[in-house]
Design a protein around this ligand. Structure first.
Ligand SMILES: Cc1cc2nc3c(=O)[nH]c(=O)nc-3n(C[C@H](O)[C@H](O)[C@H](O)COP(=O)(O)OP(=O)(O)OC[C@H]3O[C@@H](n4cnc5c(N)ncnc54)[C@H](O)[C@@H]3O)c2cc1C
Length: 463
């Protein structure tokens, strides 16, 4: 039974960085926009420890634990605000179907709109023949839904605690969708111009597989991530040797922003950041995400909160634990890594849930080990140590940067969306997010996603 029957120029699924930047731009150009988000937590602003098990995933490997904020603003409620534009090397390696200069122009334009220093966002340099980029922490961005004041905009309506459940298309053009809220009420929204999916790297393939009957068989395939691993415990001596060695590479020991090296081997990229201590909260967070019982969730969330307070206290006293290197790797595309529907399980909107199948190839493990030891092994480029560091699956953190599941066309035309992010087979469905990336490099994805939304909004305005 339809409750609301409203008409919009654009309907956007997802209020994370992709959806918020898109809605913000379109609304500024006077279009009527609706944002639909399944998040049910609309009061908490940027609470980093309030995440839940991704509600539309039934099963995933133990070492693949995607976080879901369940807040408006998507995972920008949880992120660390580290931004940098994908490097030209990664862009070229992914064979993106347009010029890097075009992306750069949209990135500069967005930085200007948000009053950020673009030089810091696309900083690339050489140091002793190793190329590197550096992220900048743009704390003021925070949860983008709130920092852009999306809910105050007169041209934007928000439907939270809701998901699309049905698409009505006439030929290949979507004219209306039905959305359902968690109370089970169904509404109909009419679409004048376009429907845009900004539901995240896993959310996009999940919802598209549910809604599109004859969906492209590539949707959900080639799931790539950006596995992080903490390698250490390094002593203070080790770390100061590293810092002395690379004064230029790292600003200073107190303010260690993320630095990503372009060390590449057979098209694999590695990023590196000096961190402090192997973080026990990771283990707690992983247990929390995996745990389904209310009591253990409560207990674990208390422990995580206390641990965060403890860390804050230590940092106030300028006490740090042991240091470690945080390395993160790109991943090659593999058709065996995928998200698929699990017909035996349903979520709160009666959508079929998904399972995640994701692993590394033997080749990848060998390359990661080689890259690690090239950096900090016996002949380490950045630090010579006698330790033999090994990439171990059970030590990694993965699932924070799911990509490539609705990938953009590159030279073989084997993507799900064209160069304007339009879903193939439909005239007015578009997709944005890391799901459209043709490959997963080492650069944190969000600024590139926001830049793509800036680019997409210009395209949509001309429809
Ligand atoms: C702990 C953590 C730290 C991170 N740190 C960084 C960092 O420092 N730098 C960086 O670049 N990136 C970082 N990231 C990644 C960053 O959060 C994501 O790249 C970014 O949020 C992706 O934006 P998005 O809008 O594409 O998707 P999301 O932020 O995931 O937003 C998707 C939205 O879609 C909604 N949605 C999903 N399915 C449906 C549905 N069926 N119906 C309606 N709505 C739906 C979700 O509720 C969500 O609000 C981090 C992530 C985590 C978890």
């Amino acid at each position: 039974m339809s409750k609301i029957n409203k008409q919009y120029d654009f309907v956007i699924i997802g209020s994370g960085p992709a959806g918020s930047i898109l809605a913000w731009n379109l609304a500024k150009s006077n279009f009527k926009v609706a944002i639909i988000d399944r998040a049910t937590n609309i009061k908490i602003f940027n609470d980093k420890n309030s995440f839940i098990f991704t509600p539309y995933i039934n099963n995933s490997p133990n070492y693949y634990t995607p976080l879901f904020s369940n807040q408006l603003g998507g995972n920008s409620a949880l992120w660390n605000n580290k931004i940098s534009l994908i490097t030209k090397e990664e862009f070229v390696s992914g064979k993106w179907p347009f010029n890097y200069e075009e992306l750069l122009a949209y990135s500069k334009n967005l930085a200007k709109q948000l009053d950020l220093d673009h030089q810091k966002i696309s900083f690339v340099d050489d140091f002793k023949n190793i190329k590197f980029s550096r992220s900048t922490r743009a704390k003021k961005l925070g949860n983008l839904y709130f920092s852009l004041k999306i809910s105050d905009h007169k041209n934007i309506d928000i439907y939270h605690s809701s998901s699309p459940v049905n698409i009505n298309s006439n030929e290949d053009c979507v004219k209306k969708i039905n959305i359902k809220n968690i109370k089970g009420e169904i509404s109909e929204l009419k679409i004048n111009k376009a429907l845009i999916f900004c539901a995240g790297g896993l959310g996009n393939p999940h919802i598209l597989k549910n809604l599109l009957k004859d969906h492209n068989t590539l949707i959900g395939k080639k799931l790539s991530d950006h596995p992080h691993i903490n390698i250490g415990n390094l002593s203070k001596n080790d770390i100061s040797e590293f810092i002395n060695f690379s004064k230029y590479f790292i600003n200073n020991s107190e303010q260690m922003d993320e630095d990503s090296l372009f060390l590449s081997l057979k098209n694999y990229f590695v990023g590196l950041q000096v961190d402090f201590s192997q973080d026990p909260s990771r283990i707690l967070k992983r247990l929390f995400i995996k745990s389904r019982s209310f009591l253990s969730k409560k207990l674990l969330s208390l422990l995580i909160n206390y641990y965060s307070l403890f860390l804050k206290f230590l940092s106030l006293l300028k006490i740090r634990g042991k240091y470690s290197f945080e390395l993160f790797f790109s991943q090659n595309q593999n058709l065996n890594n995928l998200m698929e529907l699990d017909p035996n399980s349903k979520d709160e909107f009666d959508l079929v849930k998904s399972n995640i199948i994701w692993d590394f190839t033997r080749d990848e493990l060998d390359i990661y080990n080689h890259l690690i030891n090239q950096l900090i092994g016996k002949e380490g480029l950045l630090l010579k140590t006698n330790n033999f560091f090994k990439f171990r699956k059970n030590k990694i953190m993965a699932g924070l940067h799911p990509s490539c599941t609705t990938q953009i066309d590159n030279e073989n035309n084997l993507g799900c969306v064209d160069k304007n992010l339009k879903l193939k087979g439909y005239d007015n469905i578009f997709i944005n997010g890391s799901s459209v990336f043709p490959n997963n490099g080492f650069t944190n994805p969000t600024w590139t996603i926001m830049t793509l939304s800036n680019r997409l909004s210009k395209h949509l305005e001309d429809l």
